[in-house]
Design a protein around this ligand. Structure first.
Ligand code: NAP
Ligand code: MG
Length: 496
């Protein structure tokens, strides 16, 4: 249903927001009654007071998850029955898409058009895909000594905690709870305190779909809740999406506690290489702008470094500046807005500090660089592009997680590959070229979990694995490979 800007504003005013934790089959206040404010970053107004899960709430959720898992109320179902319930869950997410999209947009500032077309349908699709897949994957019969039967089977790990970020709040959560639930685990989601509302809301939908108490729980709160889960002796697996710094701390917590399985989807500083023989300079420039300005640049895969070959530098920059104009920020509730608000004042100040530092570092500001729409009370930053004289600048190395693009000029392909790979990160990369062999040669040499050729950020299909090389993480979300995170392999040998 296509709603107008005014209709979304009216619907937002009517919205009833659930803001409590979901533990053992019910919404509950924090044990100590503590709350935190949930703010709409596009208006600077309070949306809700959200429960801040207390340590005893975390213990209660883990205990409920353990009980439910051990009782076999979920893992003991046939994969087909489990899949059926998850398909109902996916359908309920779709049925409530307008409300969920509105919550996502109000909570973290992304354009409503994106919440409606990307985040919410993407989450429903993920749950549905793993629901459909789970009765079509099996174990192996190992070709062993004929006196033996060697079975290789997959079993759910047990209690899985998913600690997730705020940039695609429900979608990133679904990439964890979709496969983890399908595999038969009990899942506890810890959403970011910056964007807890959709995770809280879908807990009720999971319950309505028939997922048993203790199998899907949500614990809102800050990093302390994530840390307690990472240290908890009765959590068997911690699946994390977030910053590399926090990812390292989580790995350390696992090492200090019970060596729980830790899966990390972390940051990036992804290179987008535009070669002189690219098929269409304007298309490459539009792609480069979308690669950094979509979702306000709050993207782990953001193409935050664009590497352009010297001979096409001038026409490429002209096309890039034209393309950037498409991404001027607007009210996220306006269906025509392409860019919304920065998630909170902390992130807003951080992005502006990077811009300020960039200005002083010798990089040339080509466009943007300013906060805009201040009269709205919201946190908006213009699409910003720096021309960087050297790839050694902090602007070209540090993840900014905002609408800031660093342009680097190179002379030949070898130099481009070297600059691209000279990063602690390795999440994504792209190359634009009309030559098939160049496309293959360059993509083989790029050290990144995803490489795009003549496009950027394509590939919504769930059968494509997603994750990083180097300090961008380990393991993969999406695709059947994601099930590796949430299952243990068991070898059973029977002597005949
Ligand atoms: P973050 O600060 O690392 O937070 C991620 C989650 O961890 C949040 O739920 C956060 O809670 C929680 N947390 C904070 N401190 C913790 C601790 N000491 N122990 C356990 N949990 C803790 O990251 P973010 O700012 O939300 O997200 C941005 C980052 O995520 C960027 O680096 C981005 O590249 C990365 N990202 C990666 C992917 C990917 O798939 N590779 C996808 C999206 C985003 P609070 O927010 O409540 O503090
Ligand atoms: Mg918020």
């Amino acid at each position: 249903m296509d709603r107008s800007h005014a209709e979304w504003i009216a619907q937002a005013a009517e919205l009833k927001i659930e803001s409590r934790a979901f533990i053992d089959g019910a919404y509950v206040d924090a044990a100590d009654g503590r709350c935190f404010d949930c703010i709409d970053p596009a208006r600077g107004v309070k949306l809700a007071r959200v429960s801040w899960s207390a340590p005893s709430d975390v213990d209660a959720a883990v205990a409920a998850a353990r009980r439910a898992f051990d009782a076999g109320v979920w893992s003991g179902l046939s994969p087909r029955a489990r899949g059926g319930i998850l398909k109902r869950f996916a359908a309920l997410i779709r049925d409530n898409a307008d409300e969920l999209a509105l919550l996502e947009t109000l909570d973290m500032g992304k354009p409503i058009a994106d919440s409606l077309s990307v985040d919410i349908p993407g989450a429903a699709y993920c749950v549905e895909w793993f629901a459909e897949a789970i009765d079509k994957t099996g174990g192996e019969l190992a070709p062993v000594d004929p006196k033996l039967v060697g079975l290789v089977s997959r079993e759910p790990i047990g209690v899985v905690a998913a600690v997730v970020p705020w940039n695609f709040p429900l979608l990133m959560a679904s990439w964890k709870f979709g496969p983890a639930l399908a595999a038969g685990n009990a899942v506890i989601v810890k959403p970011s305190e910056k964007s807890p509302l959709t995770a809280i809301r879908v807990a009720g939908l999971a319950h309505e779909a028939g997922i048993p108490a203790g199998i899907f729980q949500v614990l809102p709160g800050a990093g302390d809740v994530g840390q307690q889960l990472a240290l908890h002796p009765d959590v068997d697996c911690l699946a994390f999406t977030g910053s590399t710094a926090v990812g390292k701390r989580i790995a350390a917590c696992a090492a200090e506690s019970n060596l729980k399985r830790v899966w990390l989807e972390l940051g990036g500083k992804s290179p987008n290489i535009v070669l002189a023989d690219c098929p269409d300079i304007e298309a490459a420039a539009r792609g480069a702008a979308a690669a950094i300005f979509f979702n306000m640049g709050e993207m782990c895969t953001a193409g935050s470094r664009v590497l352009v070959q010297e001979s096409i530098r001038a026409p490429f920059i002209a096309a890039l500046l034209a393309a950037a104009r498409h991404w001027l920020p607007g009210d996220p509730l306006d269906p025509d807005s392409t860019m919304g608000a920065i998630v909170d004042t902390l992130q807003f100040d951080k992005v502006l500090a990077h811009i300020d530092q960039g200005r002083r570092s010798g990089a040339k500001l080509l466009c943007g660089g300013q906060p805009v729409r201040r009269e709205s009370g919201g946190l908006f930053i213009e699409p910003t592009i720096f021309d960087c004289p050297t790839p050694d600048l902090a602007l070209c190395r540090e993840e900014i997680f905002g609408p800031v693009l660093s342009l680097i000029t190179f002379s030949d392909v070898e130099q481009a590959i070297a600059i691209a790979n000279d990063s602690d990160y390795g999440l994504a990369a792209a190359v634009w070229t009309a030559d098939l062999s160049t496309a293959h040669r360059v993509s083989r040499r790029l050290r990144a979990g995803t490489v795009w050729v003549n496009c950027y950020d394509e590939g919504g299909d769930m059968n494509l694995p997603f994750g990083g090389f180097k300090q961008s993480g380990n393991g993969r979300d999406k695709s059947l490979h994601a099930l590796d995170k949430y299952t243990e392999l068991k070898t059973t040998l029977i002597k005949l």
